[in-house]
Each structure stands twice: as structure tokens, then as C-alpha cells.
Design a protein around this ligand. Sequence first.
Ligand code: SF4
Ligand code: SF4
Length: 487
Amino acid sequence: MKLFPIMGGIHPDYRKELASEKAIVPMPIPATLYLPLQQHMGAPGITTVEPGTEVKKGQVLARGQGLVSAPVHAPTSGRIAAITEMMAPHPSGLPTMTIILDSDGKDEWGDLPAAIADPFAASAQEIRDRVAVSGIVGLGGATFPSAVKLGLGNQHKLEILVLNGAECEPYLCCDDRVMREHADEVVDGARIMAHALGAPQIIIAVEDNKPQAITALTQAASAFTNVTVASVPVQYPMGAERHLTQALTGRETPARKLTADVGVVVHNVATARAVHQAVRFGRPLLSRVVTVSGGAVAEPKNVEVLLGTRVAELLAFCGGLSKDSRRIISGGPMMGQPLPSLDVPVVKGTSGILALTKAETKENATQPCIRCGSCVSYCPCGLVPVEMAAFIRSEKLEEAAKIGVQDCVSCGSCSYICPSHIPLVHYFNYAKGRIAALDRERRKADQTKALVSAHNARLERAAQAKREAAARAKAQSENPDAGRVNA
Ligand code: SF4
Ligand code: SF4
């Protein structure tokens, strides 16, 4: 199919070969699982169990709350040991309430919702409800509750569901393995999602460094005329939603808008597989495939891991770490988060655990900017990183906002390419966080002001009514016959 060029981007050292030929292996059930209530974007779940509760595999441990949230399920059977605040690999870096589940080793399923026999005869709402109760979130790392995203067809006229199999981050190959080994499930999930969205066309986009995945998907999709498998060029960050949309359709998503505004919704390939399992078998999201890789991992692997498994145990399953392990990252090296500890659990958004050696980490001392302009040339969003960073360094956040810092997708291309090793993307993440916090404070102050002024207006109306009543009473007492009607 015809493709369109995307702006900027880089070609980092991909190093996917460390794990890409390793088939997915299941990890044995750990003795204890640690399940944070916040594994998704939105409000944390509300617990439905207590310490001491015996639970079955698949049972709801925490239900979602509000419009944007997701439930948490028991990945195996056992007993709730505690519910307590713990460090989790959450982007905030803050401790979060966590359910601790001791496995009983039986792995006994509880009652699951019935399979939806013919998903294409079911209503869109029925599919969304099933996806919501199954706790499915974007497994590409965004962790936005998938049921909410599947509701975009209510507000937008959607033409295309894009299934994102680009997997452009170096090292990661969990999506590649899912596409190769479970292509039928991915295609079925995509068709169910497109039905829920009301999108007539499906494009599954895969970077052309994954030829086996392209072959497997093409075969799985061959019976469906509305499903196309597109091979897209290897170019980081091809997997960013708006860039993939641009590459496949030529449609540019305006700043601060969704791809749905140009008729496209993007979901990850592993999310599609999870939807297939939830709809066809009633299975909630209990595990995910994680790439464990990096020069410091003894045996890089792609592992099907129960959610809540400690990273330390996962690394031990992969032969442990070598002595020259320098940095452990959750996710890819470009956009991932350094882990605060190996005791944090695998959560729904954990696509990879990387243990990198010194040679694999860029730890060069930061030098002054030489105004080379490389960051501008390579920014895929058409921003001017060097100017934004200068404003942020002098705390001129409004100026940085004016030149688009909130449109930065935090891809890290500018930091990667900068010859002075300036950690530009860190500035932008800081600025975006500060601007969002200031916006929240401003909105809160406005709300308080509006409440105070409504309260004062109510008091004034009450005082006015009191004054008028007093005036009427006075007039009555001075002229008792006033207003009397002659009989
Ligand atoms: S991190 Fe932001 S500013 Fe830097 S290249 Fe990516 S989008 Fe552009
Ligand atoms: S790439 Fe680095 S050195 Fe070059 S202009 Fe940008 S910030 Fe300055």
C-alpha cells in the first residue's frame, strides 16, 4: 500500500537480535504476587477483597472507578496476604496501594463471564463492557483503558482501526513474538475491536525488520478483505500514534487533538490479542509477554509473565544479571523508566525489562550546546528542542508552552542525537509535568473562586430577602389597613 513520509526520527542501534528469535516461554507461578491498584491511566481501582480472603484465578480483586479506570484480577488462586502501600514502577515514581497475593499453587480458575459466541452479532456496548470488566488497557505501554478508547466511535466518525505492531523501541520484541506466534488471535481481536468502533477498515502496521510477523499476519488476515498488513519503514518513533497515522494515511493529526479527529484509532497488537481472549473465552488480563533483554542479562527471553511478578524473579528466570549491569529499565531504552528497585512488580504496561551494561548506556558528561541544530532536524514533531530547553532552564514555562513543549511526544530522539549529550527530553518531561500541575492548580483556584462567589451571591440574596421582609413588616405595622381588600 502507498505510504507517506514522516518528519525527523532516528535510527538507533536496535539490538533486537538479542531476544527476537526466542519463542515466548511461560514463567512458573511465583509464590507471591504484588498487584498495584494503579496499573493504568486514570483512577486507581477500589479493592473488593480483604487480607485473608481466599481467591480464585481470574477473580476481581479491585474494581475500576469512574469513567477512566480498570479492574485488577487475581493472576492465580491463593490468599490475600496484605493490602499495603508499596513502590511500583509507576511513571509518578510514587508508592501505590498494592494487593499482595500468596499463591496456593493450585492455579484454580474462578467463575468467568461466558464467551460471546458471535462477537459480530453483539452490540458495540456489549464488547466494550466485556473489555472493561476484563481489565484490558493499552499494552504498548500507554495503559489507557481500552474500553474507553473503543468508545471513540460514539463521538467520531471512524474509518480505520490501525493495529500498531511497529515496535520501534530498540531491544523490545515481545510484540514481534506475539504477532509471529499468535497471528490468528491478533487478527480476530482486531476485527472485534473494529466492530466495536464502527471502523470499516483495519490496517496492521509492522516495521519491515519483522518479516516473519508480516508473513504470519498476512496469512491470518487473508480471508478478510477489510484487513491489510502494511510493512512500514524502520524509523524511530514510527510507533507513535500520530506518526503511524501520518505514515499510513497521510493524515496529519492537529496539535492537542486525537487521531480519532482524523478518522483513525490506534491500538496495540498485544491489546488485540487480549481482547480476543476476553471476548471469545471470558478471560481477563492476568499476564503479558515481556522482553527481558540487554547485554547484562544472562539469557535474554520473551516471557509470558503473570502480572504482579517481581522483576528480581523474572530476571532470575532469565539466568540473572552479569557483574557489569549498569542500569535496569522498564520499557525500551528510548522512552522507558529506570527502575527504582528490582522488587517492583511487572504491571500491565511492562513491555520490557532491560539490563544494560556500561557500553550500552550513554553516560557521557553533558557539554554546552554548540547550536548545531541536529535536535531540530531530527524532532519528529517539528519542534525546536534547543529553544524549548533554553526557556525551561530559565523557568520560562509559558514561553516553552508557546513554542509547543506540550506537543512533544517524549520520544527522546533529540537527546539521542545531541552531540553535547544534553538530556533534552528530561527538560521536556519536567516542563510538561509542571505545566499540567500549574493548570490543575489554576483550575482548582478558578473553581474555588466560582464557589466562593456563588456562596456570596446566595448570602447577598438571603440578606436582600431579609431586608425586604423587614421593610414589608415595618410598612404593615405603620399602616395596618394597607393592602386590605374591601369586602
Ligand atoms: S523528545 Fe520531544 S522535542 Fe525531542 S525529538 Fe522527541 S518529540 Fe521532539
Ligand atoms: S543537538 Fe544539542 S548541541 Fe545541537 S543544537 Fe540541539 S541542544 Fe544544542
